[in-house]
Write a protein that binds this ligand. Structure first.
Ligand SMILES: [Zn+2]
Length: 132
């Protein structure tokens, strides 16, 4: 049992997963802070400070204990989700741009006789030994 557990823990992907979960949790805080502290205030200026979360419609119950359909909260959560999704999309795009592979300059050409890939500066083909 202990040996099995040790094997499980020492597998590399368990540690990778743990790191991923911890980084993901910390990254989630950054994203939600970005949305709630930076983006939402800017949007509220654009929309004139409209607070959707207060919107509701009474569908039953009494005046003292109304049964409300709080569709405003639903709309607000949907907008929050779209903002978070957009922010993550932008971040992924930025990271992908930074990871763009450097395209190596061409150092080879094709031998006109045997069609093998040879050095760009070669004067004789190493495959078919013909002069180029
Ligand atoms: Zn050749």
């Amino acid at each position: 049992m202990f040996k099995e557990f040790k094997t499980f823990i020492l597998r590399g992907n368990v540690m990778d997963l743990a790191v991923g979960v911890i980084i993901g949790g910390a990254f989630g805080k950054i994203v939600s802070s970005l949305v709630s502290d930076i983006i939402t205030p800017v949007i509220s200026i654009v929309t004139g400070g409209v607070d959707l979360s207060g919107l509701n419609v009474k569908i039953g119950g009494t005046d003292a204990a109304p049964v409300l359909l709080t569709y405003g909260k639903f709309i607000q959560n949907t907008i929050d989700f779209l903002i978070v999704a957009l922010v993550i999309f932008m971040m992924v795009k930025i990271v992908n741009t930074l990871h763009k592979p450097v395209i190596a300059p061409t150092t080879t050409k094709e031998c006109p006789r045997c069609k093998m890939s040879i050095s760009k500066d070669a004067t004789r083909c190493p495959h078919c030994t013909s002069d180029i």
